[in-house]
Structures are given as C-alpha cells and as structure tokens.
Design a protein. Structure first.
Length: 178
C-alpha cells in the first residue's frame, strides 16, 4: 500500500490538468478536475494498487474482476467518454456514445495529455496521447462527433505541439462552441 505516493501522483496529475485547462480558458474545470480521486472509494484502491507506471484501476480490475474505483470515478466525472454512454432510445435500445459538450471533450483531451506526462515522465512526447488513443479506440463507445473533435486535438498536439494546440483550442474550438 502506497498512500503517499498515490496522493503525490494524483495531485501531480491534477496540477497538470489544471495547467492545461487554464491554457484553454476552462478555469472551473481545471480547479475541480478529478476531485473524486480523493474520496475513500477511489483513493483506497488507488493506494493499494499503486505502481506509479499506470492506472491502479487495472490492478483492482485484475484482482477483483471489476474496478469499483473506476465505476465510481467515471460516473462522477463528465470528461470521461464512459460517463456519456446511454441507450439510443430505439426499441431494444443499443448502447451508444452520446455527444459530449465541447468543454468536456477539451477537458478529456487535457486529462489524456496529463496522464501521459504523469506516467511517461521525462520520456513524454507530444505524440503519446494520440498513440494511446489510437491503440485503444477500437473498444470505445464514443459518439462520432466527439471522436472527431478529440482526434483533431490529439493530432494537432502530435504535429504542432502544445503552445499552438492550446491556443487553437482556446481561440477556435471553445470560442465557437459557446
């Protein structure tokens, strides 16, 4: 059990997300990002399964068959695409990704970049978040519009870097969504 190391990791991650959200003009989201990680439901399993190299939810899922911390987290944090999965409203209803409000897609982008920085450390590259997304997207249930916007931001980061991308998000993407 590593409560101090886990606390440092989630706090470092939150600070990076806050910094990125602030660059985009999402001040409230930057301040309130991932506060549920400090709740006992999420913090205790996080400390138990802490490795410092990847999400502790993977360890809990491996040992228990489910990550209760993840179920708690995704149900309270709108920047996760899993928060937006619902029935499509047709008879027999399929599960689909609902269209996410732009501000939450941007926060998801900031979250993914910060996670890569947290877990890759000095080996971080601006292409990391895009590479991770591309490896994982085949199992995502995500709205096509949401996926296009997220991919656009991830590709922009990989090709043009942080300064350009965060400036573009603030001036073009968020400004046009209000």
């Amino acid at each position: 059990m590593h409560p101090i190391l886990h606390f440092k990791t989630i706090t470092h991650h939150r600070h990076l997300v806050r910094e990125h959200c602030f660059k985009c003009g999402l001040y409230w989201q930057g301040l309130t990002h991932d506060l549920s990680k400090y709740s006992p439901t999420e913090f205790i399993p996080g400390a138990i399964y802490y490795t410092g190299k990847k999400s502790p939810n993977d360890g809990e899922r491996r040992d228990r068959g489910v990550s209760r911390a993840w179920l708690h987290h995704k149900g309270r944090n709108r920047h996760h695409l899993e928060y937006w999965i619902d029935y499509d409203g047709t008879p027999g209803g399929q599960m689909v990704g609902m269209r996410m409000p732009v501000k939450y897609v941007v926060e998801m982008f900031c979250d993914r970049v910060a996670a890569c920085k947290t877990y890759h450390g000095a080996d971080y590259a601006d292409s990391d978040a895009l590479e991770y997304y591309l490896k994982s997207r085949s199992h995502y249930i995500i709205n096509p519009d949401t996926a296009r916007l997220l991919e656009k931001m991830l590709e922009m980061l990989a090709e043009k870097g942080e300064d350009y991308t965060f400036d573009y998000i603030r001036k073009r993407i968020l400004k046009n969504s209000r």
